[in-house]
Design a protein around this ligand. Structure first.
Ligand code: MLT
Length: 244
């Protein structure tokens, strides 16, 4: 297995694809996707485009579908939910299809959706992502951070580092063989620096600050927890994620 980290969709190569893509948007899209599936949502349909989401969700009954999403961190007008993972309780999402659009996370997913295997990861389900990679042993793995409108986001790269560190610790593969680009080394160093203190760095970083401005401290606390859900979202068809 060879691991690569790309900080943003824009930095992700366009001329080839990995055997497995791991899409990461810790604040908050991939945390929300994992939480919704864990709470019993049937599937999450991810869209970067609001109009396309509305068009496709129209073919599902209102009892069966939930429209969720944000722009700039705030709920899209007329939608049922915003992008807070805390809204995805079993009472709200069980048995439903979540149609989700977000500023960056859904765009990152779209960037690699043609890869043979696509999973999503966040800090809360890191172990499930690691276990899947160790079990399936894809030859090339790209961990793609969502960033913010083309800029780097520290929380996504730290999560990529958490996954890479755990794979290194659990596999017998030498570092030289396992690490595909310098970003992997940087991501592991970043995670090692902040691993005991993820909430602190989430409160400092730019998207954390944006969410704090929207009263999002409870979201930051939730998203900063490690390995609390044993669930892995996997792409069943482009843009549609289900429980593995
Ligand atoms: C995104 O996709 O940019 C994020 O999930 C935004 C958010 O925190 O809702």
């Amino acid at each position: 297995m060879k691991l690569f980290v790309y900080h943003t969709p824009e930095l992700t190569p366009t001329d080839l694809l990995p055997d497995c893509a791991v899409v990461i948007d810790v604040l908050r899209a991939t945390t929300t996707i994992a939480t919704a599936l864990d709470a019993g949502a049937e599937a999450v349909h991810a869209f970067s485009n609001i109009e396309e989401l509305i068009r496709q969700s129209n073919s599902w009954s209102t009892e069966k579908r939930l429209r969720a999403g944000e722009r700039g961190g705030e709920k899209v007008e007329g939608f049922d939910l915003d992008n807070s993972p805390l809204a995805c309780t079993p009472e709200v999402v069980k048995g439903k299809r979540l149609f989700l659009t977000t500023t960056n996370g859904t765009r990152a997913l779209q960037r690699v959706e043609k890869s043979p295997q696509v999973i999503t990861a966040a800090q809360i389900n890191r172990r499930a992502a690691v276990n899947y990679l160790l079990e399936t042993q894809p030859k090339t793995v790209w961990m793609v951070g969502s960033g913010w409108q083309g800029d780097y986001s520290v929380e996504d790269t730290a999560c990529a580092g958490a996954i890479a560190q755990s794979i290194f610790q659990q596999s017998a593969v030498p570092q030289l063989e396992l690490f595909g680009n310098d970003e992997v080394i940087g991501a592991i160093s970043l995670y090692q620096q902040w691993q005991e203190n993820l909430l602190n760095v989430f409160r400092l970083c730019s998207h954390g600050q944006r969410l704090l401005g929207l009263d999002g401290d409870e979201d930051l606390k939730y998203c900063s927890q490690t390995d609390i859900l044993d669930i892995l979202p996997i792409q069943r068809e482009p843009g549609v994620l289900v429980k593995y």
